[in-house]
Design a protein around this ligand. Structure first.
Ligand code: PRP
Ligand code: URA
Length: 212
């Protein structure tokens, strides 16, 4: 049975406001990092909306009551290096017990194809719900390869979260991984001739780490 790929474009006012500040070319690395982290926290709130709950009994200062808590689902966050690192602390603010794996990929400057240089995932990744994070989904190549690598390690329950996506990247990702739920802060217009997102925010890794 074919799956419908329906990325969630969050478009929340706070997310849009913070992304607009990230886009400004005069926003420096310190502010850019803080904003990326804050956007990740806001997006994490949405991406964890379907976590299962269990009923527990607690004693309040007033009485005993039945109430709900997360049903102990094991989570992993996997940033795509480098720029994905800028979203990890914001995610851990809401899900501090999550384990963190790392996938290193960079886009070849000529071909824009991703080149893998690192992969270290929690040993029980196949039992975890995995949230892959990267600020940018441009051609989609990096996210597609990262998710394929995680699937090869046995994980079946995977989400992908990005701050800005291009329509071309979303379409490419949905063709290869229609089973993966995708959360996007804002959807931009297109890619330019160098496969950068327009209007985008430039090179996310360089802006987070102050390189270039
Ligand atoms: C950026 C970004 C994504 C990728 C998106 O990383 O963080 O990983 O490009 O482009 P794609 O959808 O066309 O694959 P980059 O390759 O610049 O590496 P960096 O994070 O180390 O700077
Ligand atoms: N990677 C980035 O960091 N920015 C883009 O616009 C495209 C890929």
């Amino acid at each position: 049975m074919s799956q419908t790929f329906e990325p969630q474009i969050l478009n929340h006012p706070l997310i849009q406001h913070k992304i607009s500040l990230m886009r400004k070319k005069e926003t420096g690395s310190k502010d850019f990092r803080e904003l990326a982290s804050e956007v990740a926290t806001l997006m994490c709130y949405e991406a964890t909306r379907d976590l299962p709950l269990k009923e527990v009994t607690v004693e309040t200062p007033i009485c005993r009551c039945k109430t709900k808590m997360i049903a102990g689902r094991k989570l992993a966050i996997v940033p795509i290096l480098r720029a994905g690192l800028g979203m990890v602390d914001g995610m851990l603010t809401l899900i501090p017990a999550a384990k963190v794996g790392h996938i290193g990929l960079y886009r070849d400057e000529e071909t824009a194809k991703p080149i893998e240089y690192f992969c270290k995932l929690p040993c029980d990744i196949s039992e975890r719900e995995v949230i892959v994070v990267d600020p940018m989904l441009a051609t989609g190549g990096s996210a597609i390869d990262a998710v394929s690598m995680i699937k090869k390690h046995g994980a079946a329950n995977i989400k992908f979260m990005c701050i800005i996506a291009a329509p071309e990247g979303l379409a490419a990702f949905g063709k290869v991984h229609p089973d993966v739920k995708v959360y996007v802060g804002v959807l931009d217009e297109k890619l330019n001739d160098h496969n950068y997102i327009v209007p985008g925010l430039g090179d996310a890794g360089d802006r987070i780490f102050g390189t270039k």
